[in-house]
Design a protein around this ligand. Structure first.
Ligand SMILES: [Zn+2]
Length: 260
């Protein structure tokens, strides 16, 4: 299993970080990507990656902190992405749900970091909430031949998923997919089930986004990389296939996208 989106540098793991890492790698975990969301966490992610063979890092500034994107911070992100264990630019994107930075500033910060990624031929880890139309417009505007990345924590419609797939993006699923009841209990097909069922297998990634979004049956607790297995299990269940197949293909997808 590869958890493609962790935040184990966060303070929630200060007391037992080494044990959390050990638990993952001793129970089927192969690799994890610790994702930066501001300058400090990008540096911490880089440090974690530098000190652990199978931990990789991304560097980038989240839309919540778009106000902090300036020449100076971009220069530091650019220095980080040149280290071989830093394998993506992210998480970057748009968040119109919380709007912690203005939308104008978010768009500007997103574009600047896309350009940075393009200059260094890096994949993108994209965060998007309530801003899919603007985000798609920007991605279409910047589309180039070696363009690639993941739409992290996907929770939108089949139609929007198709737009991202057309642009060549991978789709990342978190514990959110485990929050819905079984289809047979509901009697009709949920949109997220439809998205997962129709997704080409070679475009699916699994991610915990820990410490947030703990999947069922751990919901309500602190999330950790090992729990990514519950997401793989749920996807296997929805697609009527085996855990092994989802585990294997999502790992292959992650290796391919991020060149791990
Ligand atoms: Zn995240």
């Amino acid at each position: 299993m590869i958890d493609t989106h962790t935040h184990i540098d966060f303070k929630e793991f200060d007391d037992d970080r080494e044990n959390v890492i050990k638990r993952f790698f001793e129970n089927g975990g192969e690799k994890m990507i610790n994702v930066g969301c501001d300058l400090k966490s990008s540096i911490r992610s880089y440090e974690l990656a530098k000190n652990n063979e199978n931990i990789f890092a991304s560097a980038g500034i989240h839309p919540h902190d778009a106000d902090t994107v300036d020449k100076n911070s971009l220069k530091k992100i650019e220095e980080l992405v040149q280290h071989y264990k830093v394998i993506a630019v992210g998480e970057i994107g748009l968040d119109y749900f919380r709007n912690l930075s203005s939308q104008e500033k978010q768009i500007e910060a997103f574009k600047l970091q896309i350009e940075l990624a393009e200059n260094h031929n890096m994949p993108l880890i994209i965060h998007c909430r309530d801003a899919y139309n603007d985000l798609l417009d920007i991605l279409k505007e910047y589309k180039t031949s070696n363009w690639r990345g993941v739409i992290h924590c996907f929770a939108a419609s089949q139609k929007i998923a198709e737009e991202f797939l057309k642009l060549g993006f991978y789709i990342g699923f978190t514990g959110i997919v485990t929050y819905y009841k079984d289809k047979s209990e509901l009697g009709n097909e949920l949109e997220i089930y439809k998205v997962i069922k129709n997704m080409p297998l070679d475009k699916i990634l699994i991610e915990t986004d820990c410490p947030y979004l703990s999947p069922v049956p751990e919901r309500g607790k602190r999330n950790e990389p090992l729990f990514v297995k519950h997401i793989a299990e749920k996807i296997a269940h929805i697609r009527n296939t085996s855990f092994k197949e989802i585990e294997k293909t999502t790992s292959e997808n992650a290796v391919k996208l991020f060149n791990l």
